[in-house]
Design a protein around this ligand. Sequence first.
Ligand code: IYR
Length: 222
Amino acid sequence: MSEPRFVPYRPPEIPAPEMLRRAREFRDNLGARRSVRHFSSRPVPRELIELAIATANSAPSGANRQPWTFVAVGDRALKREIREAAEVEERENYEGGRMPPEWIEALAPLGTGWHKEFLEEAPLLVVVFAEQHRPVEGGIRKNYYVSESVGIACGYFIAAIHQMGLATLTHTPSPMGFLSRVLQRPSHEKPYILFPVGFPAADCAVPDIPKKPAEEVTVWIP
Ligand code: IYR
């Protein structure tokens, strides 16, 4: 059993008005984010994606296991293969009855369908895998709160991508097993979310849907 070791943590003290200003600025910045389904072909510098992944990798995780892998795909043929496989599944979801009518109804305001052009149009696909456990000598090493951990890391990733002026979409083609095969990931890693990343197309439009006001999702006690 390893002994805990501690180091000082002294984030700089921020004056109260400055805290408010920063809180509002961050809310406004992230609040302006939209999920994008129409990308330009403009390439994305690799360094930006490295920085977004480094940001995601700083997220808290169960037992600090960081149970995630980010696979960045720019290869055209691979993107096409992913699109084709995703569309097979999504067609079954939308038209084969795999998504019940209530679900289809819920998606109507988003204008989604089984065609996934963005999987080829976006210059980069970043596929996040969740490490369920890690094979080690003589057995496996467990991870903890994997879904929560990877979800938080993905939130950091989305925020980083937005903050740097790029756009993405939280895409979950379902079922996603084909991503393990196409990207040759081991079976102890499960596909979690697929992020197309790029610049919005010049004529990009997004659904005209509001967010609930924060008061509606907040309960203060007392
Ligand atoms: N995975 C499908 C369906 C879909 C589901 C939800 I919940 C969304 O918010 C959006 C889409 C698709 O990607 O079209």
